[in-house]
Design a protein around this ligand. Structure first.
Ligand code: DP6
Length: 325
């Protein structure tokens, strides 16, 4: 009743932003991501008859509170599914993600937790079923089940049975690189969960965001198919800006951007003017991810590191899906 799994984070090129069902985690729109090899979580889950409650250790520290509650809530789902109510687990996770630097670890975290817990209970499930379960831990995590380019299909059913991720192109389809630009000062004030809810509830820009998604998806999938970097980069960057624009229309309004976030965006545009094709995308925090092709790696890194307020630049390639150790 013990298993260890490893899952990578992913960066959304077409963002998931807003839920139509908060408890099942059903999104308002399809989203599309690239799984990143540079950031991952390994999680060991051991179910033990003698435990009277779940235990959760993150990077060797015992965890209680909100993070613990999200883990046990997810394990309850797995226990219900496997009909093993009352069987508790010890969960030990190691994040190879600079969490302190404001990088989302919930995607790799829940994908690894879902994979390890289902394997520990010897549940015979498909990757599709794993993605559907993972979604209920954290939406974006359902995409981390797969490597390469991945689409989360929002689905139509109220019970979420058709809301899961599918692979669009495997990791070796195309060598696109992603530089994660870590900023020195990165306190995240509004979680993605709270931020998207406030936006759905109050932003007058929200409906336009949702209606613009299908066209972005069609175009970006064509771009991925053709390995057309300009096209993929332009759509991803514009999609990110649209998502962030919805937060400015929320009540109360908010933004995830810092001044250094904007400095990085401006530098990426300046790189393009110098003939280096590079594009940015930003999730629910101030850090920026920059997409580029391998031949421009040295130049992109150099320019990003020169920006005042940039603490580090971590390079990723396309990563693989969930694996078991
Ligand atoms: C901006 O998956 O963290 O990164 O489903 O509430 O756990 P919950 O939200 P989460 O939201 C991610 C939002 C995003 C865009 C994306 O990854 O698609």
């Amino acid at each position: 009743m013990k298993a260890t799994a490893k899952a990578h984070t992913n960066i959304a090129l077409i963002k998931y932003w807003g839920k139509r069902d908060e408890s099942l985690i059903l999104p308002m729109n399809n989203s599309l991501s690239l799984t990143l090899d540079g950031f991952y979580t390994t999680t060991t889950v051991s179910f033990k008859e003698e435990l009277t409650e779940d235990r959760f250790f993150l990077n060797d520290h015992p965890i209680k509170g909100e993070q613990y509650n999200r883990v046990t809530k997810f394990l309850n789902l797995i226990r219900d599914y496997a009909q093993r109510t009352g069987l508790y687990a010890e969960v030990s996770s190691t994040n190879h993600v600079p969490t302190a630097a404001g990088f989302a670890s919930s995607a790799s975290g829940f994908a690894a937790l879902a994979a390890a817990s289902t394997r520990a209970l010897d549940m015979q499930i498909t990757e599709q079923e794993l993605s559907r379960l993972t979604r209920q831990g954290s939406g974006s995590a359902c995409r981390s089940v797969y490597g390469g380019f991945v689409e989360w299909e929002q689905g139509m059913e109220d019970d979420g049975s058709d809301s899961y991720a599918v692979q669009v192109a495997p990791k070796d389809h195309w060598d696109v690189r992603v530089a994660a630009v870590v900023l020195s000062d990165t306190m995240k004030k509004v979680s993605s969960r709270a931020g998207m809810k406030r936006t759905v509830d109050t932003s007058p820009f929200y409906s336009s965001w949702v209606s613009s998604i299908p066209d972005d998806l069609t175009q970006i999938k064509k771009g991925i198919d053709d390995c057309d970097f300009e096209k993929v980069g332009q759509i991803a960057e514009a999609n990110c800006l649209k998502m962030h624009a919805t937060t400015l229309g929320a009540n109360p309004p908010f933004t995830y951007w810092h001044d250094t976030t904007m400095a990085v965006m401006q530098e990426v545009r300046a790189m393009r003017e110098r003939g280096i094709p590079a594009f940015f995308t930003i999730d629910a925090g101030p850090n920026v991810k920059v997409l580029y092709l391998p031949q421009h790696e040295a130049a992109v890194q150099k320019y990003l590191r020169e920006i005042p307020g940039v603490h580090d630049v971590i390079v990723s390639r396309s990563g693989q899906g969930v694996t078991y150790l």
